[in-house]
Design a protein around this ligand. Structure first.
Ligand code: RIB
Length: 301
């Protein structure tokens, strides 16, 4: 079983020709509302790949909350620790342009109230998990507490430092077994350039030297570069015609978490995750674009 200690949001996705200028009103061709949030997305992706998933998260006191809980339940995810909060639900207005690129605003809402005490209350169930997955749409003290708890329980942590947080403390996250930034997150966290593969390698190497065992840098359409204690792995991209890249990073993390949970080797896990994320960008929406594993023919190992 995997635990995701993280966010959930309501995605308000507007498909646009271009962003309006200040003071301008523009018509946009399409809109879709869906369940999102990096934590929930990763949980759903892991579940659709076959993992049992425990979600620790907070929903608001508005009309969105019941829908979010129902979505977890429909996807077979335990709602035991989906906690009600006297706040608005997290929401994410998202704009997707004609070139399939997205711009996202997030309003944390209830996610900002997920506390170390909430995680401590789930301790007995977390202790049964093979992996704990986190992102940065919840308070940093909660992330740091969960890493310390996981260490005490002997459970590996996969931290996806998204969205990038300028105050992230490397000292507090160095015990993560897997640390998976994209290149812009890597640049912000290390303060190092990431314009070339050599620069990405150097920045990832810096994180390795801080004590993080496996640094996995997702490079979008350029593949994935991973540095481990023993070696470097380059996972080539799966070229596809992208229509909407929203949530592709979460598809990668959720599928990777499932593969680790299933005991697959690192190289196989990375390849499956890259393939799964590539498939997701061929469809519109965040969770709408996540396939069930049985619908896909994953590449041979
Ligand atoms: O990574 C995509 C996600 O980022 C969206 O679902 C949105 O909710 C934001 O959290």
């Amino acid at each position: 079983m995997i635990a995701v200690v993280g966010s959930n949001m309501v995605d308000l996705i507007t498909y646009i020709h271009r962003m309006p200028n200040p003071g301008e009103t523009l018509e946009a061709p399409d809109f879709r509302m869906g369940c999102g949030g990096k934590g929930a997305n990763q949980a759903i992706a892991a579940s659709r790949n076959g993992s049992e998933v425990l979600m620790v998260t907070r929903v608001g006191n508005d009309a969105f909350a019941a829908n979010t809980k129902a979505n977890f339940a429909e996807n077979g995810i335990s709602t035991k620790y989906v906690l009600d909060t006297d706040a608005t639900s997290g929401v994410a207005p998202i704009f997707v342009d004609k070139s399939s690129q997205n711009s996202i605003l997030i309003v944390q809402g209830a996610n900002a109230k997920l506390s170390p005490e909430d995680v401590a209350a789930a301790r007995a169930d977390l202790a049964k998990c093979s992996l704990i997955v986190m992102q940065l749409e919840i308070p940093l003290p909660t992330v740091y507490y969960t890493i310390r708890l996981a260490k005490e329980l002997g459970i590996p942590v996969l931290l996806n430092p998204a969205p990038a947080h300028p105050d992230l403390s490397l000292e507090d996250i160095k015990d993560c077994a897997y640390f998976a930034p994209n290149e812009s997150e890597l640049a912000l966290i290390t303060g190092m350039p990431v314009g070339t593969l050599d620069e990405v390698r150097a920045a990832a190497g810096y994180l390795r030297r801080q004590g993080i065992r496996n640094v996995i840098v997702t490079l979008g359409e350029h593949g994935v570069l991973t540095l481990t204690e023993e070696k470097e792995i380059f996972t080539p991209p799966f070229p596809v015609a992208a229509v909407d890249t929203t949530g592709a990073g979460d598809a990668f993390i959720g599928c990777f978490a499932n593969a680790v949970d299933a005991g697959l080797g690192l190289e196989t896990a990375l390849k499956r995750a890259a393939f799964y994320a590539a498939d997701s960008v061929t469809k519109r929406g965040t969770q709408y674009s996540y396939a069930y594993a049985k619908e896909l023919e994953f590449p041979a190992e």
